[in-house]
Design a protein around this ligand. Structure first.
Ligand code: NAD
Ligand code: IPM
Ligand code: MN
Length: 367
């Protein structure tokens, strides 16, 4: 049956980077003569403008009947002062929740050619390869909505709420991921202050009994933020609460040198997934055609691996990105020497590297 990928370009550089990733995916599918349908829908500020809501029902319905969703980014200064309901970000939170995508996988690894692009010393970032598993549909982001209270509306509440099941399923995902990697899991919390974190620890210890081959460490989020800079190579899999994971993953992007390099996959227990870069809509560079498309192209590789069972082609995209970087090509956000390309030029290079890989593979098969 024909597979369907729903594309949600969103705002700012969102459409620029999803265009790039769709070009790469179409190139892969053309090569293997696979029939895949792409359907575009609105989300975020673009949907507020056209439909009066950041997450139209039509978008949710289309995502639900797809095999995978590719998302750019949402948000921008135009909607910054709006109330929650009319904020683009609400569209993103809403689609994650509506699809039940509880596990957000955010890997950070060193790309050897970019080692000097990191503000950290090369000796610190060499060989870094870890994954943050961020809980995505609960915690501080989804607690009871806060309203301004009190006589002068100067009291406010945000709630960090979890049920044991919500914690257990994401922790289980992280253990399974650790088993396929270096079998080290760091569970990050604030158990010295928060009751929710103390329950989180208990659940991690309980799930750990089912995975005796994984070495578990509990760490506090403040000290983890420090350790990510001091010694990032120590980490393998990190599992943590929604907002802690949001903050730590932006911090982790600096190991690669740019937020424009970090892909992500948001998963649930079946194969439907949502794939998006970790970065936002970058209003400061939007519309100039210079955004780094690699985070979204690498997210498209995850889409192939996790939602379409195409691990081989996912690997081909990842190796093509490595090849392009090794050749010195980069966008202006990466502060390395050599000529910077624009979004389209960078995407052309990825496609060229893919073609070289296809030709090589064909030669090997014929030999
Ligand atoms: P941002 O990630 O959009 O940008 C931070 C900085 O990184 C900017 O200087 C930007 O130019 C740069 N940058 C980000 N992605 C880049 C890329 N691909 N290539 C080159 N440079 C890149 O974060 P922000 O400025 O704090 O937020 C802007 C808007 O995006 C806000 O409305 C925010 O809510 C939203 N946002 C959305 C998402 C998402 O949709 N997943 C994620 C984060 C932020
Ligand atoms: C991210 C973003 C979103 C988040 C915002 C835009 C709601 O920062 O995907 O990391 O906080 O989850
Ligand atoms: Mn974020």
């Amino acid at each position: 049956m024909t597979k369907t990928i729903t594309v949600l370009p969103g705002d700012g550089i969102g459409p620029e980077v999803t265009d790039a990733a769709v070009r790469v995916l179409k190139h892969i599918f053309d090569h293997s003569r696979t029939d895949v349908r792409f359907v575009e829908k609105r989300i975020g500020g673009a949907a507020i403008e056209a439909d009066g809501t950041p997450l139209p029902q039509e978008t949710i319905a289309q995502c639900r009947k797809s095999n995978a969703v590719l998302l750019g980014a949402v948000g921008g200064p135009k909607w910054a002062g709006m109330a929650a309901k009319m904020r683009p970000e609400q569209g993103l939170l809403g689609i994650r929740k509506a699809l039940g995508l509880f596990a957000n996988i955010r890997p950070a690894r060193t790309f050897a050619p970019l080692i000097d692009a990191s503000p950290l010393k090369a000796s610190r970032v060499a060989g870094v390869d870890f994954v943050i598993v961020r809980e995505l549909t609960g915690g501080l982001y989804f607690g009871k909505p806060s309203e301004r209270r009190g006589p002068n509306h100067e009291q406010v509440v945000d709630t960090l709420a979890y049920s044991a099941d919500e914690i257990e399923r994401v922790v289980e995902t992280a253990f399974q991921m650790a088993e396929k990697r270096r079998r080290k899991l760091t569970s990050v919390d604030k158990a010295n202050v928060l009751e929710s974190s103390r329950m989180w620890r208990e659940i991690v210890n309980r799930v750990a009994k089912r995975h005796p081959d994984v070495a578990v460490t509990h760490a506090l989020v403040d000290s983890t933020a420090m350790q990510l800079i001091a010694c990032p190579a120590q980490f393998d899999v990190i599992v943590t609460e929604n907002m802690f994971g949001d903050i730590l993953s932006d911090e982790a992007s600096m190991i690669t040198g740019s937020l424009g390099m970090l892909p992500s996959a948001s998963l649930r227990t079946d194969q439907l997934g949502l794939y998006e870069p970790v970065h936002g809509s970058a209003p400061d560079i939007a519309g100039r055609g210079v955004a780094n498309p690699l985070a979204t192209i690498l997210s498209a590789a995850f889409l192939l691996r996790y939602s379409l069972d195409r691990a081989h082609e996912a690997g081909q995209i990842e190796r093509a990105v490595d090849t392009v970087l090794a050749r010195g090509y980069h966008t202006p956000d990466l502060k390395i020497s050599g000529e910077a390309l624009d979004t389209a030029g960078m995407t052309d290079q990825v496609i060229t590297a893919l073609d070289e890989a296809f030709t090589k593979e064909k030669g090997e098969m014929e030999a």
